[in-house]
Design a binder for this molecule. Sequence first.
Ligand code: ADP
Length: 367
Amino acid sequence: MPLSPDQIKDALRTVQDPDLHKDLVTLNMVKETRSEGTDVFITIELTTPACPMKDKIKGGIELAINAKASEHGEKLGAINIEFTADVRPLNEKMQDKQSPLPQVKHVIAVGAGKGGVGKSTVAVTLATGLARFGAKVGLLDGDIYGPSLPTMLGLESLQGQQTQGNMLLPFEVHGIKTMTIGKLVDPEKALIWRGPMAHGAFKQLATQTEWGSLDYLIVDLPPGTGDVPLTLTQLLPLSGAVIVCTPQKVAQDDARRAVRMFQQLGVNILGVVENMSYFVGDDGKEYNIFGRGGAEHMASGMNLPFLGSLPIHMKLRENSDAGTPLANWNVSDDISEKLDGLCKNLASQISIATLSGQYVQPTLSVT
Ligand code: ADP
């Protein structure tokens, strides 16, 4: 006799999600269990296509099914496990009622204390990397004072802005949808915007772009603690913020201020990324120019998740100037592993915040 769907489900009650420390049945991740002859078929729904724990979960399931079959003295054929992904919004009710973008499941801000630390590079990496894993992703250039996305995404050669009614149509490039002020106004002019104008421009870009349904909308913020992060938290329910930092002390100090600003606004910090962590020379030797590990140390000191690090590499700068972000995955195995790691760790922090209901609705309490 084959294992029954209930027996298979029973076995899955013994398999834990390694991040969430609860079993797959309790987490409502088991979508289907059935047998055909001695073969077993299981469908597991993950909370993100970029799930870093997929292989561990698969291994756990195989062990549990084998144990169940021998407990019942059943012969077992193949174990077929299919993974699907349903990125769950942080808070469905709030998204429906309060977000001007109800079809966007997660809005993630990418900020930094200082300019030039690689905030836009990391925002582009997270957006294109999550899309490579199969998620629907948008990237909003919120750096209205110095938009980098036209260059980094190679938008310069594209036709001007398309509209539909009073909505802007995003550019669709490298597997993502994107919008930037840099394609709407002369970038020289964007630089001189102040207070209320900046607020208005950002609001329009965010809410009058036809994003459609998205799993993640990544927002590349201007550096520092100015008007745009405030506008963003007032405007959209944020799943959280990612802080980019280089290892040196002066960058850490400013990053710490950015973290405190988000925390003051009630925004969950999803994690810290250390960029320009070290340099690999032609001799293969690693040079810790800025003091590798500094940002990681800051994250642990502030009790924040660390999402990973990226080395300085000439190809990363070249691909950024050439507007070809996907080419970053061809630089080296080590770098693609690091790029994927950042995306998986971010997705996993979002899943943890979603499933554990850790989310706090932003409240403004700026003093
Ligand atoms: P920010 O958004 O913080 O101002 P950018 O992402 O625009 O910083 O990066 C500044 C410059 O540094 C860009 O030319 C970018 O290509 C380059 N850069 C950023 N990170 C790296 C890296 N890890 N390796 C090489 N160049 C990098």
